[in-house]
Every structure is written in structure tokens, then in C-alpha cells.
Design a binder for this molecule. Structure first.
Ligand SMILES: *[C@@H]1O[C@H](CO)[C@@H](O)[C@H](O)[C@H]1NC(C)=O
Ligand SMILES: *[C@@H]1O[C@H](CO)[C@@H](O)[C@H](O)[C@H]1NC(C)=O
Ligand SMILES: *[C@@H]1O[C@H](CO)[C@@H](O)[C@H](O)[C@H]1NC(C)=O
Ligand SMILES: *[C@@H]1O[C@H](CO)[C@@H](O)[C@H](O)[C@H]1NC(C)=O
Ligand SMILES: *[C@@H]1O[C@H](CO)[C@@H](O)[C@H](O)[C@H]1NC(C)=O
Ligand SMILES: *[C@@H]1O[C@H](CO)[C@@H](O)[C@H](O)[C@H]1NC(C)=O
Ligand SMILES: *[C@@H]1O[C@H](CO)[C@@H](O)[C@H](O)[C@H]1NC(C)=O
Length: 455
């Protein structure tokens, strides 16, 4: 548009000629009334996502994505493929996914592989556990018996993190980082605590063990008491524990709301529909308004400016967890589905890049924004397949057909102290980087500045 406005007729004709000569890439066809059409759209988006992954090739490391993708996003990506199997019954990625999910468990079988642990945040570790949890819930094929099992892996991460609950500041909560030498160790953030809440509530439903439910309650109460849940159920980013969590970073991301949405749905389910969780769930859903424009999902705190590599994947998780919420709390179906439908339709239009690559900004419809990557593909995949939520059997528990074997004591035999003891000498000064899910306090200031201009 800008080109035409500022140009002579000569430029206009050149422009028209150029456009006319280039084959215009069509968007992905998506008929939301047709199951096969949704599956087909998911298949195209999945292929576009998996194209970035080379870990299954000989000589490559299973479970890792190439730069610039952090380790946690690979865990999230395999979660997307686990859900893909559930929704479509397409088995083509099952072996690849199992290989990756098992390769990365680490020596203690709790998603702390040596290669990642020194830069690991609680959220990074938890994202792999949430994928393992999904695998148990959707009956993703169980690993061979001599390998760790999905439920056991989720329990191992839960136990490792429950041990890290930190009452020395802010009255409790999990820190973002695990080790003091990592930037972000002083940040108690919503995503780390949200992952823990989400995992605990789902373990409560799957195993019917009350201990998990108690941890979920404790985490909710702490997050709320700390002011990380706002009066209109905004989920703010986090708080500095050097100030005893008296100051809140107010930025909001889709995935934080999604974590609490699905966690609350599981608590609602676990309590057989307790009024308190029903109300919370309804309020969380009302609070989602900020992330939708005409029912189309938007990562509103960055899409007007610049979303980093991590942030470009966040809509995948809100989509994934909205769909799962309709399974655990069926009354939410009519509240959530209109948004998943409109978002999927808009995302399909935005998948009109080369080879149907999906752009980031669904609110732009067919006006392709040129942003490409694993996050963009994953978000489109998750929002497409979310529309199959009412066409699949419900997610299972141990007592309703689940087959994944657990171990309530998994992850309790190892400790962060032990890890530090054996690895301290290997950590060079230059390695002291804070990797992981990017809610970094350092970028927040920048983003807030940018937002101020936008708003
Ligand atoms: C969408 O799918 C439904 C169900 O298969 C079909 O009846 C309808 O004609 C399709 N719509 C379009 C525009 O193809
Ligand atoms: C750790 O990194 C090494 C070197 O790249 C690789 O050979 C190994 O497979 C990796 N281990 C895991 C669990 O990723
Ligand atoms: C820190 O916050 C917690 C939770 O609000 C409170 O119980 C505690 O007294 C505070 N500590 C200090 C030193 O202010
Ligand atoms: C959250 O905390 C506020 C203030 O402490 C309290 O009034 C409110 O009842 C709590 N809400 C929930 C849903 O836990
Ligand atoms: C709990 O989840 C199951 C399985 O999805 C569902 O059938 C049941 O209705 C849910 N319970 C409540 C109280 O909604
Ligand atoms: C899960 O179900 C199996 C088979 O029904 C049963 O043997 C086992 O005790 C159950 N585990 C838990 C934790 O309830
Ligand atoms: C319930 O979970 C807790 C915490 O992991 C564990 O200590 C306990 O043994 C579990 N109880 C049963 C019956 O599995």
C-alpha cells in the first residue's frame, strides 16, 4: 500500500506486473464444520513445524531444536505433537516424539538433563512435564516398560519442584530460576508457579491423590495473595523477591492465563464441580477478553511491536489449554469454542506464506505478516486441532482408562544440592546466562516502555 501511495504511475504498473507474475500463495483451507478439513489443516501446520526439527537424524541430538529455539520450546513442541496424535490419530510423529521425550529425561528422570540443567528455570523443566502429562491423559502410546513412563515423569518433576517451594521470601512460591548463579533467581514469576499449579491439578485428577490438590490450592492462594492475579483475573508476570514481592510486573501473556485456566478446570473437575472453582474458572474466562479482538486471539502485549522467539509460541499454549478445559469442565464449552473457532479461521488465513507458512498476527487475516518459525507453526497447529475437541474421546484418568504407570516417589531421590555439588567446577563464568522462557526482568522494562507508546 505504501508503495503505491508514494509512487508514480510507472511504479504502480511495475508493482501490478510484479504481483501478477508471482504466484499468490493461498491460505490454508479450513472448513470448521468438517472434521477432515480441520485434520488436514492441522497436518499442514504440523509439517511446517516439524520442518524445523532435525533431532531424529543420525548424528543429531533428539529433543533439541536448532538455534534460536531454547530447550523448553522443544518440550512444548512435542506436547503439540502429542495432542496432534490425540486429535487426528495421525501416527507419523509418534516415534519421533517418544524418542525425543525420553532422550531428554536426564539421569534422574525428571527433565534435568546435564546439558540443560545449569541454565534451567522451573518453567523450562515444567514444560516438558506438561507434555508428559498430556501423553498420559490422551493415551499417547506408552514407552517400553524399561523406560520411564509418562505419568512417572510428570510426578518426578512435580516432586522436584514441590521441594523447591520457597518460604524464605514473599510467603512462599517458586522462584523462576533454580540456581542462584542464574539471572532471574530473584524473580518469582507467574509462569513457573502457573506450570506447577497446572501440573499439580492435573495429577490430582489423573491419580485422585489429594496431596496434589493441596499443592494446587496452596499455589493458587500464594499467587493470588502476592497480587499476581489482578482484580479482573489478569495474570501478571512476576515479582522481585528481593523486595519481598511488594512490586508487581504487570505485563500479561496468553500462556499464563492458559496455565491457570486449565489448572482451575482440573480443580473444578477434581472437586466434582465445587462452586469456588466454578466461579474462579468463569472469572478466568472473563479475564481472557484482553487477548481477543473480535474473538481472534492476539498476544496483545507484543504483536503491535515485536514478539521475541519465545513469545511467538505462547498462543499455542492458550489454545491447547482452552481445548483441554472443555474436556475437564464441559460447561465451559460454549464460552470457549466461539473464540477457538474464530481464531482458527483467522489463523488459517494467515497461513499464506511460502509453503503455507503461518504468520504470527491472526488479527490481520490474509494480510500475511512475514513472521515465520516454530512458534507461529505451533500456534496455528494448536488452534486448528483445538477445534476437534468435541470430536475425540475425553481425556482419561487412572480410573477411566488411563494406562500410564506412575511412581509417587519419582524425583524424590535426587536434589538440586547434589547437582550443584558435582557440577560446580564445570560452570565457567561465561556460562552464567539466564536462558529459558523469556519473562526476563531485563527485557520487561523495554517492553513496558514500548507498550506505553502503543497504548
Ligand atoms: C463444510 O463442511 C460441511 C460438512 O462436511 C459441508 O456440508 C459444507 O458444504 C462445507 N462448506 C464448504 C464451504 O465447503
Ligand atoms: C548432550 O550434548 C551432547 C553433545 O552435544 C550430546 O551428544 C548428548 O546427546 C546430549 N545429551 C542430551 C540428553 O541431550
Ligand atoms: C514478606 O511477605 C510475606 C507474605 O506477604 C510476609 O508474611 C512477610 O512478613 C514479609 N516479610 C517481610 C520481611 O516484610
Ligand atoms: C485473592 O486475594 C484477594 C486479596 O487478598 C482476596 O480478596 C480474594 O478473595 C482472593 N481471590 C481468590 C479467587 O483467591
Ligand atoms: C470431569 O471430566 C470428565 C471427563 O472429561 C467429565 O466427563 C466430567 O463431566 C467432568 N466433571 C465435571 C464436574 O464437569
Ligand atoms: C491405577 O489403576 C490401576 C489399575 O486400575 C490400579 O492397579 C492402581 O492402583 C491405580 N493407581 C492409583 C494411584 O490409583
Ligand atoms: C500421593 O502423593 C504424595 C506426593 O507425591 C505421595 O507422597 C503419596 O505416597 C501418594 N499417595 C498414594 C496413595 O499414592
Amino acid at each position: 500500500m505504501r508503495l503505491i501511495r508514494s509512487s508514480s504511475w510507472h511504479a504502480v504498473t511495475t508493482f501490478i506486473l510484479l504481483v501478477g507474475m508471482q504466484p499468490v500463495q493461498a491460505s490454508i483451507d479450513l472448513n470448521l464444520s468438517n472434521k477432515d478439513s480441520i485434520k488436514k489443516a492441522a497436518k499442514v501446520a504440523a509439517a511446517g513445524m516439524v520442518r524445523y526439527y532435525t533431532g531424529y537424524r543420525p548424528g543429531d541430538v533428539p529433543g533439541n531444536l536448532p538455534d534460536p529455539y531454547y530447550w523448553w520450546e522443544a518440550g512444548a513442541m512435542f506436547g503439540s505433537l502429542i495432542e496432534y496424535y490425540y486429535y487426528t490419530r495421525d501416527t507419523q510423529y509418534v516415534d519421533m516424539t517418544t524418542q525425543a521425550m525420553l532422550w531428554q529425561v536426564g539421569r534422574d528422570k525428571n527433565y534435568m538433563p546435564d546439558n540443560q540443567t545449569r541454565t534451567l528455570g522451573n518453567d523450562d523443566q515444567a514444560f516438558w512435564a506438561l507434555s508428559a502429562m498430556s501423553a498420559a491423559e490422551v493415551k499417547f502410546p506408552d514407552p517400553p516398560p524399561d523406560q520411564p513412563q509418562w505419568l512417572e515423569l510428570a510426578q518426578a518433576v512435580f516432586n522436584t519442584q514441590a521441594h523447591r517451594w520457597d518460604t524464605s521470601t514473599c510467603g512462599g512460591g517458586l522462584k523462576w530460576q533454580i540456581f542462584a548463579f542464574n539471572a532471574g533467581y530473584n524473580y518469582k514469576n507467574t509462569v513457573s508457579n502457573g506450570c506447577f499449579f497446572n501440573l499439580a491439578s492435573r495429577l490430582a485428577v489423573y491419580t485422585n491423590n489429594e496431596t496434589y490438590a493441596q499443592w494446587a490450592e496452596r499455589t493458587w492462594d500464594w499467587v493470588n495473595a502476592t497480587g499476581l492475579i489482578g482484580p479482573s483475573y489478569q495474570f501478571f508476570d512476576g515479582s522481585d523477591d528481593r523486595k519481598n514481592c511488594t512490586e508487581i510486573n504487570h505485563i500479561q501473556w496468553t500462556y499464563n492465563a492458559g496455565l491457570f485456566l486449565l489448572g482451575a478446570a482440573n480443580m473444578y473437575n477434581h472437586t466434582n464441580g465445587a462452586e469456588i472453582w466454578k466461579t474462579r474458572l468463569e472469572n478466568i474466562i472473563a479475564g481472557l477478553d484482553i487477548f481477543f479482538k473480535d474473538n481472534v486471539m492476539t498476544e496483545v502485549f507484543c504483536e503491535n511491536t515485536h514478539c521475541d522467539v519465545d513469545q511467538r509460541s505462547f498462543k499455542a499454549y492458550l489454545s491447547r489449554w482452552m481445548a483441554a478445559t472443555t474436556s475437564k469442565a464441559p460447561f465451559t464449552y460454549d464460552l470457549l469454542m466461539p473464540r477457538l473457532r474464530a481464531s482458527a479461521a483467522a489463523a488459517a488465513l494467515q497461513c499464506n506464506g511460502p509453503d503455507n507458512a503461518c504468520g504470527l498476527r491472526w488479527t490481520r487475516g490474509a494480510d500475511y505478516d512475514g513472521s515465520t518459525g516454530v512458534g507461529e507453526q505451533m500456534s496455528a497447529l494448536d488452534v486448528f486441532q483445538a477445534n476437534l475437541a468435541d470430536r475425540v474421546p475425553p481425556r482419561v484418568t487412572n480410573s477411566t482408562g488411563g494406562t500410564s504407570k506412575g511412581d509417587p516417589n519419582a524425583g524424590t531421590r535426587n536434589s538440586d544440592e547434589k547437582f550443584l555439588g558435582i557440577s560446580e567446577m564445570k560452570i565457567a563464568v561465561g556460562d552464567q546466562v539466564g536462558a529459558g522462557v523469556l519473562t526476563s526482568i531485563f527485557v520487561v522494562a523495554t517492553i513496558c516502555g514500548v507498550l506505553f507508546m502503543v497504548k
